[in-house]
Design a protein around this ligand. Structure first.
Ligand SMILES: [Zn+2]
Length: 447
């Protein structure tokens, strides 16, 4: 019998184990190609480059790439809404070629519209397929996809990628959380993909509402986490893996750029898919390029081979750092990032004059076994002074430990964030639950 899918295609040693030097040559070639494509076919990019006197032929080395102007989300938003409606003059293909409408989640404002041609959609699913293969998905897996299939891109490409790898895919679209868990149990699903918030939320619902321990009563052996940094925060990853009795692998991406980074089975950081993307790291203060481990900076990323809506030197605001690991035990030569995406530059706020990254609070809360998975941070202003409150849920069986918990929280939060918090203890299950991206950090100060 001829097989219709080719699982092993997604372990591609020709690309994934290419020596770095060869990989750089490939990246330069692909960068030059997409730059010429955008220059010739998108009025937006043509004007952007013409204004600084840049022509695609000026780029001769990877070092020259820095001369190409960056684009950011605000520029993409400004460009959209014009003709051809609604994508504007970034569109580099005739509108008739567009077969899918997608958009960003809108977490940080007005969503960015994203057009996909059939060819680009193939590319999106293809880039995810390498990720799922690296997470151990094979043709014998039954993959449950528990998200609301809608305009937000979320796990759409993950769904198609799982099919490409040869898995059997179960779309868990309009079901509620309890129905999803029961369906996963009934069908003996072996893998699923969700945000860290929802991975923990589903486990909680299984235990408290259905009396099912996911680690024992379900069949899941691997989970792909995306959409939030949780799977690269050690305490959150540990919680998820223990709750499900399964391996949890991180992956990162964005609507505008596709899925560009993933953990492999070695779980030692995120590999950048360097056959599909060029990732640069810039110093947040000086804009200088960072090419060695030891210093974090802001990511600038280029997507190759996606033609309708090119994304060239996109300033993503993600904070990342090169890993000191040079050779991963999985065999891939794609460079590794240490600790995944550490946060976003626009998520870091000043409270009482101190820079605060909300991820640091998550690390502390999720490291305490007496607390539930949910928490909320509220910043307000009393007169001229900032006030910060952390709301947590104390597990019912650990209520006697409240004083010790308070003391540890105060100490650890002070050490990790340099701030003092008002602590509020709530009943387990009383703080808001989220299905996709959580909004746990609430800044109520007037700006
Ligand atoms: Zn690896």
């Amino acid at each position: 019998m001829t097989l219709l899918t080719d699982t092993e295609k997604y372990w591609n040693p020709v690309l994934e184990t290419l020596p770095q030097e060869k990989l750089c040559q490939l990246q330069l070639k692909k960068f030059k190609w997409i730059l010429s494509w955008a220059y010739q076919n998108s009025p937006f990019y043509y004007n952007l480059y013409r204004d600084v006197g840049l022509e695609p032929g000026d780029i001769k080395t990877l070092d020259d790439v820095k001369r190409v102007p960056k684009v950011d989300k605000a520029m993409l938003r400004t460009a959209q809404g014009k003709e051809p409606y609604p994508y504007g003059d970034i569109l580099s293909m005739p509108l008739q070629q567009v077969t899918e409408y997608r958009q960003t989640s809108g977490t940080t404002g007005q969503p960015v519209y994203h057009p996909e041609t059939w060819q680009d959609w193939e590319w999106s699913a293809e880039s995810w397929a390498y990720i799922l293969y690296a997470h151990g998905y094979r043709d014998y897996d039954r993959v449950f996809v528990p998200f609301g299939y809608s305009v937000f891109i979320a796990f759409w490409a993950g769904h198609y990628a799982a099919e490409k790898v040869g898995c059997e895919v179960v779309p868990g679209g309009v079901l509620d959380t309890e129905a999803r868990i029961l369906k996963m149990k009934e069908l003996r699903a072996t893998a699923f993909m969700a945000t860290p918030t929802y991975i923990l939320g589903m486990a909680d619902t299984a235990r408290t509402k259905l009396g099912i321990d996911p680690a024992k009563g379900l069949y899941v052996s691997k989970i792909t986490a995306a959409g939030e940094p949780g799977a690269s925060i050690p305490s959150t990853k540990k919680r998820m893996e223990e709750a499900w009795g399964a391996k949890v692998y991180d992956t990162v991406g964005a609507t505008e750029i596709g899925h560009w980074g993933y953990e492999c089975k070695a779980q030692c950081g995120l590999h950048v898919n360097e056959a599909f993307h060029l990732v640069e790291i810039e110093d947040i203060d000086t804009g200088e390029s960072i090419s060695v481990p030891g210093k974090s900076g802001s990511m600038v990323i280029t997507t190759f081979d996606r033609l309708a809506h090119p994304c060239i030197r996109f300033d993503s605001n993600d904070i990342i750092e090169w890993s000191p690991i040079e050779k991963c035990e999985c065999g891939r030569t794609f460079r590794l990032l240490r600790g995944g995406v550490m946060g976003r530059t626009d998520n870091i706020t000043k409270v009482k004059g101190v820079l605060l990254a909300p991820g640091a609070i998550e690390e502390v809360v999720r490291d305490m076994p007496q607390l539930g998975d949910e928490y909320e941070v509220v910043v307000t202003k009393k007169g001229d002074v900032d006030d910060i409150t952390l709301k947590v849920e104390l597990l019912p069986e650990r209520k006697a430990e409240i004083d010790a918990v308070r003391e540890t929280l105060n100490r650890e939060l002070r050490a990790k964030t340099n701030l003092r918090y008002n602590l509020e203890f709530h009943d387990h299950g009383s703080l808001p639950r989220y299905e996709v991206k959580a909004r746990r950090f609430k800044d109520l100060r007037a700006h």
